[in-house]
Design a protein around this ligand. Sequence first.
Ligand code: 6PG
Length: 241
Amino acid sequence: MLITPDSATLQTLAAEHVARSLADAVALRGRALVALSGGSLPPGVFRWLCSEPLRSQVPWHGLSIVWADERLVPFDAPESNYYLTRQTLLDHVPIPADQVFPVATYYPGPQAAMLYQRQLEALLSIHGGQLDLVLLGMGPDGHTASLFPGFAQLDAPPTQLVAAVEHAPKPPPERVTLTAHALNLAREVLWLVAGSDKAPKVYAALHGPHDPHNTPAQLVAPRAGQVTWMLDAAAAALLIG
Ligand code: 6PG
């Protein structure tokens, strides 16, 4: 766990961590499958990754990119996680376009989820069955990706890696999300959480009674992977007293 004084420092250190982790993954396995999230912190992390000295340290050509969750909006909508990632990362680095796998948000949610499941299964089969790095944020309600408290996707069967979501409490309401089973195929999960409104659920995720319907973040526990929490001091306030 790393606790930083503020969210700007968190983003800088997270970018350094991500660059190292991707370089290691590609050095070891020749390629890396990476799942990205939306939210307020990734853009700052991506901007550092696009700038020297990190830009030259990341083996961009070896990366394949998927999303931990996506909002069911057009590819060029400001709410799109794909769009956000394009603007802040993909347009500025040499990741081959055919190694970027956005959710097909032009289809209705269930079809988009079904296609993404097939896409993810195909990618996993050439990446040793694991996602090399999964970046996750957490909402003040304990949601992560688009796994929201009390929602049915929390109880997806083990073979279901992707689910459609309707009526999400965080807008926009229609989404596609990786399930906890998919997130738990990670070799590494990196949590990025900042802000005092997150403090109670950070505490619940790490030290609360197991109650994933209240705190979905508790479902993230990779079978063969490590979990790193990067928090700013405000989000960590209840951990450090
Ligand atoms: C999304 C996200 C979501 C996000 C958290 C944290 O697309 O909405 O993937 O799970 O990571 O809500 O977001 P903030 O850092 O903005 O609070």
